[in-house]
Design a protein around this ligand. Structure first.
Ligand code: NAD
Length: 505
């Protein structure tokens, strides 16, 4: 069966998941889901209207008292079962993610899907471990303690680069903490978010706790962010859209969580293992065709290693196999769309005027011509303030620049508006330690670049946003803290009443 038939049958009931069932959108406008490896339309659906968003928010509000009132153990049990259902469907999820995004099946099978199952299992455990300050008699006359309470119905918006993982990062901490949620995936890649929501309900998460509206950003997205019954907005996407989301969310005084763009530096000091650094740079730049907010995008290499590093990276890029995403031998798939490929090509073409394209810089011909492919691209000779060094490209493009002193390397790493992730490469523990302290980013790797784990937080500094996904830290985002204070004296006239009643008896 072709992918088109398979998807059309799978989502015949519609591409909105509201109150525990799939239904059609009602906007009157359709959206194609296109396999970027072939250009084939695999599904066409009706986008969500404002009324569909209202229905999803109402379902989330209705489900809130029951779910917020469930014990942590009950929520944890449902999430454990949810992890089991996802694991059973691993193959279907990996296939669908590869088809709608063009990701190599190797990546979806080894990274996207198992990462999502592991996140789910982590939040099943974390649901029972909400942390807070210990109760105590801090005033002497009262007992104080902290409650961590759900915030309410959360509205989340996700990008297209890791649709399944982004759905998981948004939905899991929210529901583990007792909130309900309406997620709006990117309109070009809604399918695995819907499958994720279905699996949650089939595992025993009640109807209405997880809802998905597949709609356009400007209307369904903005309507969700501004909705008066939504208590919190959690957004992952570009910094430009994040600014707009922040404006709308702050106007209605909502809790706000923003995971935005990145332009990760990759700093190679002159005592580093150059072979390891070159492998790390190529894998870190090309993962998911470079459509990764933490991808290595700017390599700064101390002068003695610069030539060897550039030569090794160029050689390694030449060994990466572009091909059919469903072929297990494929290393690099297409970009998510022809539009995104052309955007990336535009950045590289403009850079030719002021920098050198060492390798790549073109779309492959032959069998891959129909797809949104772009060759791994290495650029040198660009100035620090040029567009290719400063702007997020979101494609398989690595820029390499030399530096002389350690101070200069760290200053260059910090010299963009972004601060999501970075890496430092050195065998000297003091140099690496200094880099981890002084680079302004939410994650700094030493002698590696990319790995993430459920137990550790992911989130940005500077224009990369604020708030943390994954880990126990995400409960800070999806809970509100209440101080409860009990009087222990049982007297009518408390000591502190002297401020009002003076020395009157
Ligand atoms: P995008 O900002 O264009 O879109 C993200 C989401 O916002 C989509 O669902 C889109 O429909 C929606 N949207 C668009 N306009 C909107 C509006 N006016 N109001 C409300 N919603 C709106 O981003 P993208 O192109 O889908 O994804 C790539 C971007 O995501 C990159 O900048 C990347 O760095 C970022 N990203 C960040 C992280 C992180 O953790 N920091 C993770 C993944 C991706």
């Amino acid at each position: 069966m072709g992918n088109g038939h398979r998807m059309r049958d799978r989502f015949a009931a519609g591409t909105q998941y509201i109150g525990g069932r799939l239904r059609s959108g009602t906007s009157g406008r359709t959206q194609d889901v296109v396999n970027p490896a072939t250009g084939e339309t695999v599904h066409t659906y009706e986008l969500a209207s404002a009324a569909d968003v209202d229905a999803a928010v109402a379902a989330a509000r209705d489900a809130l008292p029951g779910w917020a009132g469930a014990t942590p153990g009950e929520r944890s049990d449902a999430l454990h079962r949810f992890a089991g259902v996802l694991a059973e469907r691993a193959e279907d999820l990996a296939h669908t993610e590869s088809v709608q995004c063009g990701k190599p099946i190797k990546l979806t099978t080894e990274f996207d899907v198992p990462g999502t199952v592991d996140n789910t299992a982590f939040f099943a455990g974390a649901a029972r471990h909400l942390q807070g300050q210990s109760a105590g008699e801090y005033s002497g006359d009262h007992t104080s303690y902290v409650r961590r309470e759900p915030i309410g119905a959360v509205g989340s918006i996700a990008p297209w680069n890791y649709p399944l993982q982004m759905a998981a990062w948004k939905i899991l901490p929210a529901i583990a903490a007792g909130n309900t949620i309406v997620l709006k995936p990117a309109e070009i890649t809604p399918l695995t978010s819907l499958m994720f929501a279905e699996a949650a309900v089939e595992a025993g998460v009640p109807d209405g706790v997880v809802n998905v509206v597949s709609g356009a950003g400007r209307d369904a997205g903005e309507h969700l962010v501004g909705h008066p019954d939504i208590a919190m907005t959690s957004f992952t996407g570009s910094t430009a859209v994040g600014r707009r989301v922040a404006e709308i969310a702050t106007a209605s005084v909502k809790r706000l969580h923003l995971e935005l763009g990145g332009k990760a530096p990759f700093v190679v000091f002159d005592d580093a293992d150059v072979e390891a650094a070159a492998h790390g740079a190529v894998a870190g730049a090309l993962i998911n065709s470079g459509q990764d907010c933490t991808a290595a995008t700017r390599a700064y290499v101390q002068r003695p290693l610069y030539d060897a590093f550039v030569a090794a990276v160029a050689d390694l890029m030449g060994t990466v196999r572009l091909g059919d995403p469903l072929d297990p031998a494929t290393d690099l798939g297409p970009l998510v769309s022809h539009l995104q490929r052309d955007r990336v090509a535009g950045f590289v073409d403009r850079a030719r005027a002021y920098a050198t394209v060492v390798t790549g810089g073109e779309a492959p011909q032959g069998d891959l011509k129909r797809g949104a492919y772009y060759r791994p691209t290495l650029i040198t000779g660009a100035a620090q303030d040029s567009e290719i060094v400063q702007s997020e490209i979101f494609g398989p493009v690595l820029v390499v620049l030399p530096f002389d002193t350690d101070d200069e390397g760290i200053a260059l790493a910090n010299d963009t508006p972004y601060g999501l992730a970075a890496s430092a490469w050195s065998r000297d523990v003091y140099r690496a330690g200094r880099a981890t302290r002084e680079i302004k980013a939410g994650c700094v790797w030493v002698n590696d670049h990319i790995p993430i784990i459920s137990e550790m937080p992911h989130g940005g500094y500077k224009a990369s946003g604020f708030g943390k996904d994954m880990s126990a830290y995400s409960f800070e985002e999806y809970t509100q803290v209440k101080h409860v204070m009990y009087d222990n004296t049982a007297v009518a006239r408390k000591d502190w009443h002297r401020t009002i009643f003076g020395d009157r008896p």
